[in-house]
Design a protein around this ligand. Structure first.
Ligand code: SF4
Length: 60
């Protein structure tokens, strides 16, 4: 199974990932996206990661 992570030092909290896949991503009160679960049956996480403007989402 893949592992999704957000680089907290790179993320600018724009919220795009949360808009694209709220099942996985949530921008917290700290202004950084957090990963809630590592898979989504609905959204292509590779595509979501490619949308991140600062390339902070890693899928390994
Ligand atoms: S799209 Fe990228 S910069 Fe924007 S909140 Fe998500 S991880 Fe952070």
């Amino acid at each position: 199974m893949s592992k999704v992570s957000v680089d907290a030092s790179t993320c600018v909290g724009c919220g795009l990932c949360e808009q694209s896949c709220p099942e996985v991503f949530e921008v917290g009160g700290d202004g950084i996206a957090h990963v809630k679960v590592h898979s989504c049956a609905i959204h292509n996480l590779q595509e979501v990661s490619e949308q991140c403007p600062v390339n902070a989402i890693k899928i390994s």
